[in-house]
Design a binder for this molecule. Structure first.
Ligand SMILES: C[S@@+](CC[C@H](N)C(=O)[O-])C[C@H]1O[C@@H](n2cnc3c(N)ncnc32)[C@H](O)[C@@H]1O
Length: 204
């Protein structure tokens, strides 16, 4: 077995969140990042319609589905397939393609989203500058999509990676939302450059 695979396996075995996920119904340890942020920020209060961008294998959709009432609805999108989740309309496709973004909008069926979640992350090439540019490009796409679908007062939670472009992105959020906050849940590994930005109170 390659050395990097061995160390990944070792880390997974030791990781309490991966252990917890294996023992629970959640498909990925990522669920604990969302639940931690939710416990602090009450993301799902008065929320009926959610969009989950970069949703596969589906633990954020699972968690969101559990927080919504019976009328709740989630539109989830990923380039990879995803097993069904209650209350979720899943669209399989590349979010950088216009027709996929349009399909997400149609999936909302005329409703506005109260909350847009994005855990989308590009496949890493290992070249830090181009990975960073691709990740910021995806974040910008999520933001322009949110401009089209968010209800007034709605919120967005988006994953970013420390590096070029994140300060500018936070400024763009501050121009549109009442409040912009940074979150680094404990379930997000210290060694990872990822963090989340929560912007609340979309102002049209
Ligand atoms: C960290 S994973 C998401 C995990 C998910 N939140 C969960 O809880 O199961 C990031 C996802 O982004 C997706 N992704 C990356 N680029 C994409 C693109 N261009 N269009 C759609 N999905 C994309 C990947 O396929 C991957 O499933």
């Amino acid at each position: 077995m390659a050395k990097s695979n061995k160390s990944w396996l070792h880390r997974q075995e030791k990781d309490p969140y991966a252990k917890q996920a294996r023992a629970s119904h959640y498909r990925s340890r990522a669920a604990y990042k969302l639940s931690e942020i939710d416990k602090k920020d009450k993301l799902f209060r008065n929320v009926q319609t959610v969009v989950d961008v970069g949703a596969s294998p589906g633990s954020w959709s699972q968690y969101a589905s559990e927080q919504l009432g019976p009328q709740g609805k989630i539109v989830a999108v990923d380039i990879l397939p995803m097993e069904p989740v209650d209350k979720v309309l899943f669209i399989e496709g590349d979010f950088t393609e216009d027709e996929v973004v349009q399909a997400c909008m149609s999936g909302l069926n005329g409703a506005r989203a109260d909350l847009v979640l994005s855990d989308i992350a590009p496949n890493l090439s290992g070249v830090r500058s181009s990975d960073q540019a691709r990740s910021m490009y995806l974040a910008e796409l999520v933001l322009s999509f949110s401009d089209e679908v968010l209800s007034p007062g709605g919120d967005i939670l988006v994953k970013l990676f420390q590096g070029e472009g994140t300060d500018q992105f936070k400024k763009e959020l501050a121009n549109r939302f009442q409040k912009v906050m940074v979150r680094k849940p404990q379930a997000s590994r210290d060694s990872s450059r990822e963090f989340y930005v929560l912007a609340r109170g979309y102002q049209v």
